[in-house]
Design a protein around this ligand. Sequence first.
Ligand SMILES: [Zn+2]
Ligand SMILES: [Zn+2]
Length: 262
Amino acid sequence: MKVTNLSSGSKGNSTFVASENTKILVDCGIGIKLLTKNLSEIGENVENIDAILITHEHSDHIGGLAILVKHNPGLHIFVNELVWKEIIKKHSELLAHQFVHFVEYEKQFSVGDFAVYAMENFHDSVSCASYIVSCGGGAVGICTDLGIITDHQVDMLSRCKVVYLECNHDKNMLASCGYPSVLKKRIAGNHGHLSNDQCAEAALKMVQAQTKVVVLSHISENSNLPEVAYSRVAGEFELANIKNVLILLSYQNRVGKTITIN
Ligand SMILES: [Zn+2]
Ligand SMILES: [Zn+2]
């Protein structure tokens, strides 16, 4: 299987995952133009996507969904029922869509070639999912938009060769940035976003198990920098004498590296 992040951050999120026979997205928080452009960079197109897994109803994750469905009416949508109800409140044009499947947490389900497992995140949406997508012996975990990560989530993600893990903010940069204090509290709270410190601590546990590639994701443009996030996590690994592990980044304005998982 292959996985490529198409966009990551508070302005839009989408990740493409493909096996030989199945092509899916996790979230579509970018517009159709950008989605089409970014997919074309990896030789793919909107019409060939079989299904989408939705994490939660925040617009940086579903803002492009309704228009995507217009371009791909056969798209299968996998989503938690509460999240779906929230989405259709704002996007009533999706009400008539035929191929909606409700996701239950901590239960495996199939999407074409893939086995998918969803876990619920601590986040300030009606509900929010992390996904583990597996095919053959390979698995990728996609885990963003959470204020704290549980031992269970770390344990499950530790079994994935590749994990896209939120590395949202540097605590000091968040404290000193121009956000209103309510927003700072929200981001740093238990239902907000993972800090670089939290990410580093969780990522270390994962690479001490079976994870080989950690992709730092949902990096804030206002309270973090890619190099700050990278060096925080790399430093944590160095201290623990971890070697032969790759740290990559997801970007808001650039297609990430395609990772092949066997
Ligand atoms: Zn988000
Ligand atoms: Zn969110």
